[in-house]
Design a protein around this ligand. Structure first.
Ligand SMILES: [Zn+2]
Length: 297
């Protein structure tokens, strides 16, 4: 039975009207996942010690103090905070780490429904709607218990934050696919990490499921050889053809295919929501992804 880690605080993080990373994303995913009958768990607030696995205390304090008492406050070109954003971000990290603990204690897999997303947050820089590197923190947290963790990021944007936070981490294989060129501009295949443990899979604008399958073939072989104890997925659904922020042409079946390949390579999976900005495509793609987790568990 797939676990669903979430908390109502995910909807307390508000962005200005018209911002693509909106509160309505949570309800879109909740509604789409409802028929799957997942086992719900409440995402706990992360202790700050978890944040310190990836971020310096001065950065943590800066984010905490940036939360406005009312309205919204801009902390980066694309990144905003509102009252409740701090708790929402702590629930994202806490949910991801609790999901890791649950899966490492015997549950086959878990999906974490949280906002804000995390994969663009660098060591001391909020970016691209993200405050803390949720998935990188979860990977470092898992390394307290297991030897090898793989992270796969199929969000359409490069996981520059995860790459930054895991650049020197020899025990994590990080595989990330992204449209190139596209914001944030990084993610070239030549970016390989300090120990050749990062694999970037750039995809050209306009490409779809066929090109995705070809690009992932060597990555899946690498993943198989690495034999991770745990797989963490940065599950963004903005490579979908309907997404307004990018130009890839993935459809639900592509998410089904890729999720199945990943689950076949590692039976212990924690998947964490990242992007996805067309509400209908987000819901349908998340449901296609989580349905595979559910059939595996
Ligand atoms: Zn994205």
């Amino acid at each position: 039975m797939t676990l669903l880690f979430t908390h109502p605080d995910a909807s307390r993080h508000r962005t200005p009207p018209g911002h693509p990373e909106q509160v309505a994303r949570v309800a879109a995913v909740e509604t789409a996942l409802a028929p799957l009958g997942l086992t719900r768990r409440e995402s706990p607030l992360a202790e700050e010690s978890l944040l310190r696995l990836c971020h310096p205390q001065a950065y943590i304090d800066r984010i905490k103090s940036a939360e406005p008492a009312s309205g919204t406050a801009q902390i980066d070109a694309d990144t905003w905070m509102s009252p409740g954003s701090w708790d929402a971000a702590l629930r994202a990290v806490g949910g991801a780490c609790a999901a890791v603990d649950a899966v490492l204690s015997g549950h086959p897999n878990a999906f974490v429904l949280a906002r804000p997303p995390g994969h663009h947050a660098e060591t001391a820089t909020p970016m691209g709607f993200c405050l803390f590197g949720t998935v990188a923190i979860a990977a470092k947290h898992a390394l307290k218990s297991v030897a090898k963790v793989a992270v796969v990021d199929f969000d359409v944007h490069h996981g520059n934050g995860t790459q930054d936070l895991l650049w020197n981490e020899n025990n994590v294989l990080f595989i990330t696919s992204q449209q190139m060129p596209l914001w944030p501009g990084t993610g070239d295949a030549s970016e390989k990490g300090a120990h050749d443990q990062i694999m970037n899979l750039p995809l050209p604008p306009g490409s779809g499921g066929t090109q995705m399958r070809a690009a992932y073939a060597p990555a899946l072989a690498r993943l198989r050889a690495f034999a991770p104890d745990l797989l963490i997925i940065s599950a963004g659904f903005d490579a979908h053809e309907a997404d307004p922020l990018a130009q890839l042409n993935w459809v639900e079946e592509d998410y089904t295919w890729l999720t199945r390949q990943l689950c076949d390579l590692c039976p212990r999976v924690v998947s964490v929501l990242e992007g996805g900005y067309d509400l209908d495509a987000l819901g349908a793609s998340a449901a296609a992804h989580v349905a595979v987790l559910q059939e595996q568990s």
